[in-house]
Ligand binder design. Structure first.
Ligand SMILES: Cc1ncc(C[n+]2csc(CCOP(=O)(O)OP(=O)(O)O)c2C)c(N)n1
Ligand SMILES: [Mg+2]
Length: 670
């Protein structure tokens, strides 16, 4: 590719203006990634001015084409395009504030933070999987409400790093299997990652790999500056309806910087004043002007940003006349239930015995009609994790409205695909796996939490109580580690009625909810009315008679979560027989409890009453709420679940013993 090939017509000047911004943003910040945006400016130009349908006067238009920058480090390219086209509210000053405190242009793109950004990207590979989620959501809406309501493409740019990451392999495999034809990926094949040439660690034939996944693949070669060639390839890919497409585009990171083209330096370093000046001269940009955007270029992009308005207006008209269930469409887009959905939640009677994975599955099935965005499935554990949706079809090309998604054994992929489904809008994904394998999806859970993706995790087999699969399958540290994750709503219900209350919270709230559910049967110990206490995160399940003032009258508080609450209730009876006065608190959710003010927390957990927490998991963190714990600070063991539970001390008798010990210790201290 020769440096002299730069033209001077408006489009070419416009592309070079993007390149200028991609150099100036990181240079001003003294930090950031100029090279990728410089090389991909022509591709971005083609997408935003010729190919993608969007309307800057209505950026949330549900039927717009979507764009995902999976290589999120190239954020300056996305911000430049959002500003230039006016898609959102970025100003040139915002671009100048790139990577600064409080700016709308943070280091990596963040959905809900910067208008026009569709997903949060940065952890490489996840954007590739988000795109598969977008494809599923688009197809579901199209299948259910017709192509008049929903019919658009998603464009994803990904780099070497994205394709090296395992999550992209998982997701691409599923995307190919599902034949998601509205997806067009462009692989920025620049042979460079941070360590240097990709030869260091990467010799895949990515094209063959994706072909093997069932994708339409086109290697268009060394044409990153040829806008017409790029456009033609994009249009060919868009015409493929029965497979996702991968366009392989050889590009030259940092082009046309004389010093840094094709070097890893251009990946993550501002090029420096001198080099930027020289490069701007080559590009025909005023070498000493920073953030140079001439009026005619800005007008050109702003007009391009309005191209979609007639399309959007035509869509509005079509929608108004469309004979569909509009209430269901609205509920899908908001991720909420239709009027009265709560009344569909099942209830259970005291003394029933049911595993919470089963009661959760019953809640899901009961809500399917009234929460029309719900789609569910497991990572090859659909039946095991209560994520079966009956009678609504399996998501396939032939059944585009199918609500059962078989994710396959791909936990990280599932998590990131769920984020895509949620953030595309229109679907409320429920994904299941064993709780211990939440580790495999943790990267996606973190992004769901950062980006308020409304997803529901059905994490079952939640303790050593799962039994004979043994320590590899028995979660120990997972509750503690996930409780440390900001914004993740973690709920471990004590019984079936709490499980229904947890579903209610999950549907009503924004952002991710993790349901931590048992494999084994649990007795129903609270009524549906009592279970509403779950909304506060912790509440009194049972208390000795004649407790007027908890601080004076209570001897001990037993806090249980999930399957351990029953043993606290059992221990209460034993301790009462000895004249002690006992409160049992069910604490299904620290995250909900933390939302209460100090007084409300004090009402449930009086700080001057000795407190024992009972949970079949790590003690880590419990000192926040309790004086002592009956916990498991080692890996589990393979035996029948009830045997393991008993050996580790989860019986009413042992809980009572531990409470007595705690009281004796505290007495000794007095
Ligand atoms: C999961 C993950 N691991 C590591 C990183 C750190 N990182 C950022 S960019 C990058 C290399 C990216 O190479 P490539 O995708 O080819 O991008 P290019 O330099 O070509 O733009 C790495 C390792 C990351 N962002 N995400
Ligand atoms: Mg690269």
């Amino acid at each position: 590719m020769s440096v002299t090939s730069v033209d001077t017509d408006l489009e070419q000047r416009a592309i070079n203006v993007i390149r200028g911004l991609c150099m100036d943003g990181p240079e001003a910040a003294k930090n950031g990634h100029p090279g990728t945006g410089m090389a991909l400016a022509p591709l971005a130009h083609v997408l935003w001015t010729r190919v993608m349908n969007y309307d800057t006067s209505c950026i949330d238009w549900p039927d717009r084409d979507r764009f995902i920058l999976s290589n999120g480090h190239a954020s300056i390219l996305l911000y430049s395009m959002l500003y230039l086209t006016g898609n959102g509210d970025l100003t040139l000053d915002d671009v100048k504030q790139f990577r600064q405190w409080g700016s709308k242009t943070p280091g990596h793109p963040e959905v809900h933070h910067t208008k026009g950004v569709e997903v949060t990207t940065g952890p490489l590979g996840q954007g590739v999987a988000n795109g598969i989620g977008f494809g599923i959501a688009e197809r579901y809406l199209r299948g259910r409400f017709s192509a008049d309501a929903c019919d658009h493409h998603t464009f994803v740019i990904c780099g070497d790093g994205c394709l090296e990451e395992g999550v992209s392999h998982e997701a691409a495999s599923l995307g190919g299997h599902l034949k998601l034809g509205r997806l067009v990926y462009i692989y920025d094949d620049n042979h460079i990652t941070i360590d240097g040439d990709t030869d260091l660690s990467y010799s895949d034939d990515a094209g063959k790999r994706f072909e093997a996944y069932g994708w339409h693949v086109e290697n268009i070669g060394d044409v990153a500056n040829e806008t017409d060639t790029i456009e033609a390839a994009l249009r060919r890919a868009m015409a493929v309806d029965d497979a996702p497409s991968l366009i392989i585009l050889r590009s030259h990171i940092g082009w046309p910087s004389p010093k840094y083209t094709d070097t890893e330096y251009a990946h993550g370093n501002p090029l420096g004043e001198d080099e930027i000046r020289v490069t701007k001269e080559i590009l025909g940009l005023p070498p000493d002007e920073h953030f140079y955007v001439p009026d005619d270029v800005l007008s050109f992009y702003r007009e391009a940003g309005e191209r979609g308005r007639p399309l959007r207006e035509a869509w509005e008209k079509r929608m108004a006349a469309l004979d569909i269930d509009h209430a269901a469409w609205d509920a899908c887009l908001t991720g909420r239930g239709m009027n009265g959905w709560e009344s569909k939640l099942p209830t259970w009677s005291l003394g029933d015995k049911v595993a919470t994975r089963k009661s959760s599955g019953a809640c899901l099935q009961a809500l399917v009609d009234d929460v029309p965005g719900l789609m569910a499935g497991g990572a090859d554990l659909t039946g095991n994790t209560g994520t079966v949706i009956k009678d609504n079809g399996v998501q396939t090309p032939d059944v585009p409205e199918g609500r059962q998604v078989y994710f396959g054994v791909r936990e990280h992929g599932m998590g990131s695909i769920m984020n895509g489904m949620a953030l595309h809008g229109g679907t409320l994904p429920v994904g299941g796996t064993f709780f211990v394998f939440s580790d495999y999806m943790r990267g996606a859970v973190r992004i769901a939490s950062i980006s308020d993706a409304k997803v529901i995790y059905s994490w079952t087999h939640d303790s050593v109580g799962l039994g004979q699969d043994g320590p590899t399958h028995q979660p120990i540290e997972h509750l503690a580690s996930l409780r440390a994750m900001p914004k993740l709503r973690l709920i471990r219900p004590a019984d079936a009625n709490e499980c229904a209350a947890a579903w209610q919270v999950a549907i009503e709230s924004n952002g991710p909810t993790a349901l931590i559910l048992t494999r084994q049967d649990l007795p129903v110990i609270v009524t549906p009315e009592q279970a509403q206490g779950l909304r506060n995160g912790a509440y009194v399940v049972a208390e000795s008679d004649d407790v007027a003032d908890p601080s004076d009258d209570l001897d001990v508080v037993l806090i249980g979560t999930g399957s351990e609450v029953q043993h606290c209730v059992g221990a209460k009876a034993l301790l009462e027989a000895e004249g002690l006065r006992v409160r049992v608190v069910s604490m299904p959710s620290w995250s909900l409890f933390e939302l209460l003010d100090d007084d409300a927390q004090e009402d449930v957990l009086p700080s001057d009453v000795p407190t024992l927490a009972v949970e079949a998991a790590s003690s880590f963190g419990w000192d926040r709420w309790a004086d002592d714990t009956l916990s498991i600070d080692h890996f589990g063991a393979s035996a029948q679940g009830d045997v393991v539970m008993e050996k580790f001390g989860y019986t009413a008798a042992n809980v009572a013993d531990r409470a007595r010990q705690l009281l004796a210790e505290l007495d000794g201290e007095d």
